[in-house]
Design a protein around this ligand. Structure first.
Ligand code: ADP
Ligand code: MG
Length: 352
């Protein structure tokens, strides 16, 4: 009841918007379920407050608004800052959902990964200046550690709220210039297991490049969405049984791999890697044994990076990319992994 009153009061004092309040700018993205634009407020075109992002979404927009409202109240720092969402039906026959966020910054992790300068381009963004330390494996490892840690921190927030994202990939991770941290975006495929929203997995929404091997996020013994009150009573148990959050952990592990191995950063090479991994039953250790003896300098360098400090990075990676969901670490457990010991992180200023 308290939560309800709070949500209501909060909603009452938040600004509300309608279609005509926005001036459309550059198109930022276009998926199967919506188009994303940079927009400004007609009344405050040049203020920081007016620097926004709009997603015009199809039928899944309703779920995405719901997820963003929940994240705002429960784990605001995990995701891009959500401003407002509404149903817009003035011109078109089919209803359209409009979702508004603060503009967080120009670069997604996908953009940053494509640069030859990665991970040093990220170091500059996080610290705002270039360090004097010599470039090399150890420094790169610290930057990658910091990125993974920020990702796991955001995921832990979502998972603790009962939300599984299901579409964790570099394209859905934005660098927030304001907080100098990475945040998660695009809750269009997310599921909230505590209230049963978007409970039925829409496999067709899942990106095969980053999806964990389990096809269904919940076991097939729970085939349909229970009604909301039942789901509230049941889902903590289902969560324990099925560990649906580990789906996101697998995707995060693949991003870790892409950061360590430049050769895995293109779509094609990732798809090919997934095929090879499947062929050895998703056993990363076995895959390494086959690949390492005849690998080139670049691949060897990636292994060297993961082998630093007694192979602690490799240990964490192999605890995230595993066939069985229950053998993968949770986001919280991963954050407590020795890989993230304080003295080895990029800078104390980024410790949250
Ligand atoms: P889609 O359904 O098209 O994948 P996303 O929510 O992932 O929609 O947004 C598409 C793109 O728009 C992102 O990859 C990112 O470049 C940009 N974008 C989305 N939200 C923000 C934001 N809050 N700030 C800055 N850019 C954003
Ligand atoms: Mg996206």
């Amino acid at each position: 009841f308290d939560m309800f009153v709070l949500a209501f009061v909060e909603r009452l004092f938040r600004p509300t918007f309608r279609k005509d309040d926005f001036v459309l700018g550059k198109k930022l993205g276009e998926g199967s379920f919506g188009v994303v634009y940079r927009v400004t407020l007609a009344k405050k075109p040049s203020s920081k407050e007016g620097d926004l992002v709009l997603k015009k979404a199809t039928e899944y927009g309703a779920v995405e608004i719901w997820m963003n409202e929940r994240v705002r109240r429960a784990c605001a720092n995990s995701c891009a800052d959500f401003v407002y969402g509404f149903l817009e039906r003035s011109t078109k026959k089919t209803p359209e959902y409009w979702l508004i966020w603060r503009f967080e910054g120009d670069a997604t992790l996908a953009d940053l990964l494509q640069s030859r300068d990665f991970p040093y381009n990220v170091e500059t963004l996080i610290l705002g200046e270039v360090q004097d330390l010599p470039k090399g494996l150890e420094r790169e490892n610290k930057i990658i550690q910091t990125i993974i840690r920020q990702l796991l921190f955001a995921l832990d927030g979502l998972h603790s709220t009962g939300i599984v994202h299901r579409d964790i990939k570099p394209q859905n991770i934005i660098f927030s210039e304001g907080s100098r941290t990475f945040k998660i975006i695009d809750l269009g495929a997310a599921t909230d297991l505590r209230v049963g929203i978007n409970y039925i997995p829409k496999e067709f929404l899942l990106d095969p490049r980053y999806a964990a091997p389990e096809q269904y996020i919940m076991s097939t013994q729970t085939p349909s969405a229970p009604s909301a009150p039942v789901a509230t009573a049941l889902s903590p148990v289902l969560w324990q049984l099925n560990l649906p959050d580990r789906f996101d952990i697998y995707s995060t592990g693949l991003i870790f791999l892409q950061m360590a191995f430049p050769g895995l950063r293109s779509d094609n090479s990732l798809i090919q890697f997934n095929r090879q991994l499947k062929r050895c039953d998703y056993d990363l250790v076995a895959r390494r044994k086959t690949a390492e003896p005849r690998c080139g300098a670049e691949l060897r360098r990636g292994f060297e990076l993961l082998d630093l400090v007694g192979g602690i990075g490799w240990e964490l990676l192999t605890s995230m990319v595993r066939y069985k969901a229950r053998q993968r670490l949770s986001a919280k457990a991963a954050l407590a992994h020795p890989y993230f010991d304080k003295e080895s992180l990029l800078a104390l200023s980024i410790m949250q």
